[in-house]
Every structure is written in C-alpha cells, then in structure tokens.
Design a binder for this molecule. Structure first.
Ligand code: ADP
Ligand code: MG
Length: 277
C-alpha cells in the first residue's frame, strides 16, 4: 500500500479548566492517502473540531503522534531554505464562516494569504485570476464581500485557501451557515473543485447526505470522548460524476441508513465516565 499522506497514531486529548477535565479524543488512529476525500461525522460535541485543530497543529495532542509524509514546501521555497527543515505540511483550513474582511475587495481577500506569506508573484497573481474566472467570481473581484451571496463568499474563501497550494484541506462544517438550497449547490461545486485539483481533503459535517454525496470514505466518531467507531468506504454507481447527482445513486439510501443507525446508537448510548468532575 502507498505511504499515506497523513497518519494519526493513538491520539488522545482532554480539555482542562477550573471546572475539571473534559476528555475529548480517545485513542484516535487512522491514515489518509494522498488525494483522498474523507468525511468525518459524529454526534454533536464529540470532538470533531478538536480533532481538526490537532491535525492543523493549532493544539498539541496529549499523547499520540501525527505524521505527515512527503511533499512539504514547494521546490523553490525548499531550495531557498538553508536548514534541513522538518516536513512542514501546507494546511488549508476552512471554517463555517468565510471570515472574509469586509473592507477588502474579493480580489484583495483572496490574495491575503499570499501577501502575508510574501508569495504574491506574477505567476500566482495569474493563477488567482484564473481561479476567479473558473469559479465565476472574476466579474465580482472588485466588489466587497457584503455585495456577494453566501455561496459566492464561500467560493472566495475556498480560492483564498487553494492559492496557498495546501497539501491537505481541512473543512470544518464549511457549508452549515448556508441555506439548504445554496448549501446543496455550493457543497457540490466546492467538492468538484477539490476533486478536480486532486487535493486531499478532510470534511467535518453533521449532514449525513452531504458526507455520502461528497466523500469517498466516511469516518464515524463515537460520542465524547471520540473514538473511531467505523470507517466506511463509499462506492456509488454514478450516472454522472457530480456530487449532487450522486444523491440519486441506488446505494445512497443504504449508506444513509447505515450512518443513521451508527449515529443514533451513539446518541442513545449512556455516556461513559469522561473524567469531568
Ligand atoms: P464537535 O466539533 O464534535 O461538536 P468539539 O471538538 O468542538 O466538538 O468539542 C468537543 C468537546 O470539548 C465538547 O464537549 C466541548 O464542550 C469541549 N470543548 C471544546 N473546546 C473546549 C475548550 N476550549 N475548553 C473546554 N472544553 C472544550
Ligand atoms: Mg465542531
């Protein structure tokens, strides 16, 4: 088997506060292959966002290990670095809210990360323009975020993330602030963009249909402290390769019923002692 891009080995994490300890993650282990689109579902409050924050390096696990293999900085930057730098994965993080700055235009928002990282070369500017054209935002590049729809703003947020050429995209319920119809088309668009760029993506969602239609694999987490309850490969017979159309695949409802059962079992299970005082 190919070497995975990302490996989580026995990750545990608890929050500590004056009220006591809240165990969030318990012995989480899994691997993600390059190019894989994985969804993570689980009961509310089980530790999904905590898990992404740990993968993103925003918080350190209490025990266990996270290993990123291969890739790293693009060649040019790696060549300029004089120390044998440890592998530094480029991580793109997309959250529920687009976090676009209202005082900057869409173009200025999209190039923000490139500016901050001193990466705004003429080639990259050209790529930004191409992405704006590809995702129907070129005409709106001089508008402020407030003049765009929720779906357009999420597409702009995705472009802002993609221009930094992330090795892996972490998406924490990125569509949940959108209304249902917008959500259907934006999630389908964004998934097609991610697939067409061959990016590795990890999507947290509480929408089971969204997980089945977008991802090639679904990890189900147990209630808190989260463990990996099951790891389900999704294989749909697709008339056309569109996430939206995949909802009509004959296997769709079987996956839905399976996930529904797994999550309902978790919601009805008595909470285990979590260490919370
Ligand atoms: P999810 O994303 O699955 O809804 P989270 O990862 O946000 O869950 O949170 C997991 C658990 O940890 C929840 O019970 C939450 O209340 C608790 N938690 C999250 N952040 C903190 C924090 N900063 N301090 C204390 N407890 C926290
Ligand atoms: Mg969350």
């Amino acid at each position: 088997m190919e070497q995975p891009l990302l490996e989580l080995k026995d990750i545990c994490y608890s929050y500590h506060s004056l009220e006591g300890e809240t165990a969030a993650l318990s012995h989480i282990s899994f691997q993600i292959q390059k190019g894989e689109f994985t969804a993570i579902v689980g009961p509310s409050g089980c530790g999904k966002s905590t898990l992404l924050s740990i993968i993103a390096g925003l918080i350190a696990p209490e025990s266990g290990e996270i290993v990123f293999h291969a890739g790293g900085m693009p060649d040019a930057e790696q060549a300029q670095s004089c120390t044998p730098a440890p592998f530094f994965p480029r991580i793109g993080y997309m959250l529920q809210h687009d976090h676009l700055f209202e005082w900057r235009t869409i173009y200025q928002n999209v190039i923000l990360g490139l500016e901050i990282n001193h990466m705004l070369t003429p080639e990259r500017k050209e790529r930004v323009m191409q992405l704006l054209k590809d995702y129907d935002l070129y005409k709106f590049r001089d508008k402020k975020p407030g003049e765009l729809s929720g779906g357009m703003k999420q597409r702009a947020a995705l472009i802002r993330t993609l221009v930094l050429e992330p090795e892996i995209l972490l998406l924490d319920e990125p569509f949940s602030a959108l209304d249902y119809q917008t959500r259907l088309s934006v999630s389908s668009d964004i998934c097609s963009i991610i697939r067409s760029t061959g990016k590795t993506a990890l999507l947290i969602t509480h929408d089971l249909s969204e997980a089945i239609s977008l991802a090639g694999r679904i990890l189900v987490l147990s209630r808190r402290p989260a463990t990996v309850k099951c790891d389900i490969p999704v294989r749909l017979t697709l008339p056309e390769n569109s996430p939206l159309a995949s909802r009509n695949a004959p296997e769709f409802k079987d996956y839905f019923n399976l996930l529904w059962k797994e999550i309902s079992d978790e919601n009805h299970r008595q909470p285990e002692f979590s260490g919370t005082i």
